[in-house]
Design a protein around this ligand. Structure first.
Ligand code: G3P
Length: 257
């Protein structure tokens, strides 16, 4: 992965109050050495309610830890009760936002059209989307996981050109591996991440595809990180459960560094 800095992002999902969030970020910053934080980019994705506290801590203490949100609205403002806009996240200096996570797709009915609109909303506000794609167990059993994931990628990036992608991050998260303890094999992860990069190269040219980072997510732990990251097209990890434990998450980051 020449030239691509590994990215380890912790998706906290609906866990941790703002006070707990501060504690976790402080522990991470204390545990990881400057050289490790330079070698691998470390990012946390807290719930909305903790973003301001994390921003204040990170900027106040000049921590080399990035942060972002787990979702955003496709709209800029208006009568959308409960939604949070890209502009609001940008005002909090969020660098990243996950889009198209399988939990949003499954539990909130977000289809490809919504995912595409959210990718555009993030880019419009200068926030890097972490675009999640991944197949369920039925698709994996049918052996059509590669076309399934490349179709999700195509749909989400419909109509965009290379210049608009601005560092886009793609995360391959097989649904059957999320929160199940059943991690994909390094070969599984590389197969799909490689296919996603090949598809990006077809669509946007290999210069662009070679710079974009593609992560694996699904039951990543310190013990399986090295194997997963061995794939030449796997540039990091999107970590759920294991990102809630400072020692475990720091060990994952250290492995990537
Ligand atoms: O976005 C990360 C996630 O879906 C993976 O979750 O708990 O299997 O690491 P987990």
């Amino acid at each position: 992965r020449e030239g691509r800095r590994p990215l380890i992002a912790g998706n906290w999902k609906m866990h941790l109050t703002h006070l707990e969030a501060i504690g976790l970020v402080q522990k991470l910053a204390f545990s990881l050495k400057p050289a490790e934080l330079e070698a691998a980019e470390v990012v946390v994705l807290p719930p909305f309610t903790a973003l301001r506290s994390v921003q204040t801590l990170v900027t106040g203490d000049k921590l080399d830890i990035g942060f972002g949100a787990q979702d955003l609205s496709a709209a800029d403002s208006g009568a959308y009760t409960g939604e949070v806009s890209g502009g609001m996240l940008a005002a909090l200096a969020c660098q990243y936002v996950t889009v198209g996570h399988s939990e949003r797709r499954a539990l909130h009915g977000e289809g490809d059209d919504v995912v595409a609109a959210k990718v555009r909303a993030a880019l419009k506000h200068g926030i890097t989307p972490v675009l999640c794609v991944g197949e369920g167990l039925d698709v994996r059993r049918a052996g059509t996981h590669v076309p399934h994931c490349t179709a999700q990628l195509d749909a989400a990036l419909e109509g965009l050109d290379a210049g608009q992608l601005a560092g886009l991050v793609v995360a391959y998260e097989p649904v059957w591996a999320i929160g199940t303890g059943e991690v994909a094999t390094p070969e599984d992860a590389q197969e799909v991440c490689g296919a996603l990069r090949a598809r990006l190269a077809e669509r946007f040219g290999s210069d662009t595809a070679d710079t974009l980072r593609i992560l694996y997510g699904g039951s990543v732990k310190a013990a399986n990180t090295a194997g997963i990251l061995a794939g030449p097209d796997v540039d990091g990890a999107l970590v759920g459960g294991a990102s809630l434990d400072a020692d475990e998450f720091a060990a994952i980051c250290r492995t990537a560094a």
